[in-house]
Write a protein that binds this ligand. Structure first.
Ligand code: IFM
Length: 454
């Protein structure tokens, strides 16, 4: 059976600035919260940092050539705010803008469409020192920064993503303390979540002003949530987990109030910020019409009463411990379409961490990643057939990179990175992906025939 995609479907790969660029203190770049967090002993596995990472800042041209060789049609990358505005606002660092401008030119010359994320977690430390995302002022600073970047790149970049995974920024960074800035306070997390959404709503019209032909969207990590069992308590846990991770962001973006059950829950816990009612006044700004939602999908969450989400016994997992559950992608795409009536969806991230490395011939036979992608591509295609307005797919990630608190221990790349030498080797999954792009699909009977690698 042939799995094929609509004729104008866009195939790409994604990265983020802090995870690949390195050059953390070069050419006038300011400190980010991730520089500060990673330089704090004990925060990152093996105390690794993104100081050098994939050295992409110095290898931009070779990396664009690599993408061209792979046949990518689009590339999603993020801009490091402190490279542009070292203190988050005020003085502009032209060298930072020049870097991204050259990257965009190189991509366009290679026939690769740039999808630009404005915020993928590296807030200027100077803004954190003023309260970061928990401070309402940061929303306006973000819109100002967005305007500055779009003035320079908006003639050539026509796909803009304001934020990557605001849930992760707000809750991993401010409630669970596992990401920068490392806070453990739910009230701050809720404030941060609100200001991230507000900043998105403030930035969208500014982007359009400088880039009138642009499509503007936001990338959300939406999980498919199932209850562990059919008890009332498990069903309630699933509803809460869905409210916590999904509805808290989707509802206001779709023009609805914050979910009442979650507001009530946070109130009962004494965690609701005092200014919550006042936050409601911002809802029309947050709900500013967007052109697409970016979906970052990796796994499903199985909720159980009184405990952390679990993985069903015997279920396949990636090296992150995340269940491989392609049907969840189908369900989430369907839900975004039927429940939230989104105009357009891009899968802005999907991929898997497996550590397979080169054999004695230098080949990387990462069969599990290829199978993971194949199953998820098929699920996406089923969702398109069911009516989901899915316009493109970005594999996370172009290359192995700095996986946040896990350091370099988790490898998501289509391309292998030797961090000692900075050598790049396209993995079997990368070769297979090139063939999928070239054919705009794949044959279910040929997934093990890895083109270019044999
Ligand atoms: O590496 C991250 C990325 O930065 C955001 N989404 C999930 C990926 C894998 O954890």
């Amino acid at each position: 059976m042939t799995i094929s995609f609509p004729p104008d479907f866009v195939w790409g790969a994604a990265t983020a600035a802090y995870q690949i660029e390195g050059a953390y203190n070069e050419d006038g770049k300011g400190e980010s919260i991730w520089d500060r967090f990673a330089h704090t002993p004990g925060k990152i596995k093996n105390d690794e940092t993104g100081d050098v990472a994939c050295d992409h800042y110095h290898r931009r041209q070779a990396d664009v050539q690599l993408m061209r060789d792979m046949g990518l049609q689009a590339y999603r990358f993020s801009i490091a705010w402190p490279r542009i505005l070292p203190a988050g606002r005020g003085r502009v660092n032209q060298a930072g803008l020049d870097f991204y401008s050259r990257l965009v030119d190189g991509l366009l010359e290679a026939g690769i469409t740039p999808f630009v994320t404005l915020y993928h977690w590296d807030l200027p430390q100077a803004l954190q020192d003023r309260g970061g995302w928990a401070n309402r002022d940061t929303a306006q600073y973000f819109a100002d920064y967005a305007g500055l970047v779009c003035r320079r790149l908006g003639d050539r970049v026509l796909r803009w993503i304001t934020h990557n995974e605001p849930w992760v920024v707000a809750f991993m960074g401010h409630q669970l303390g596992r990401h920068a800035p490392g806070l453990t306070d739910t009230r701050s997390a809720l404030r941060a979540a609100h200001h991230l959404l507000l900043s998105h709503g403030l930035a969208a019209p500014v982007i359009r002003q400088h880039s009138p032909a642009a499509e503007v969207g936001i990338a959300l990590n939406i999980n498919h949530v199932d209850p562990a069992g059919d008890s009332e308590a498990d069903l309630a846990a699933a509803r809460r987990l869905d409210g916590y991770t999904n509805r808290w962001f989707l509802d206001p973006l779709a023009g609805r109030p914050y979910p009442a059950d979650m507001v009530e829950y946070y109130r009962e816990q004494g965690q609701l910020p005092q200014e919550m009612d006042f936050m409601g006044d911002d809802l029309p700004i947050i709900a500013t019409p967007i052109d697409f939602v970016g979906l970052n999908y990796y796994t499903r969450l199985v909720a159980r009463a009184g405990g952390e989400p679990t993985v069903p016994e015997g279920a396949p997992v990636t090296e992150m411990g995340w269940e491989v559950y392609p049907d969840g992608l189908y369900h989430v795409l369907n839900r975004l379409h039927t429940e939230y009536h989104l105009p357009k969806i891009y899968i802005t991230e999907n991929g898997a961490a497996y550590s397979d490395g080169p054999d004695e011939t230098g080949r990387i036979a990462d069969t599990r990643r290829r199978d993971y992608l194949r199953l998820h591509f098929a699920a996406a295609q089923r969702a398109i057939q069911a009516g989901a307005p899915l316009a493109g797919y970005f594999v996370w990630s172009l290359m192995d990179n700095f996986e946040w608190a896990h350091g370099f221990s988790q490898r998501f790349g289509l391309v292998w990175l030797d961090y000692r030498t900075q050598e790049r080797i396209i993995k079997d999954s990368g070769h297979w992906y090139s063939a999928v792009i070239a054919q705009n699909g794949f044959s279910e009977t040929q997934p093990h025939n890895i083109s270019g690698a044999d």
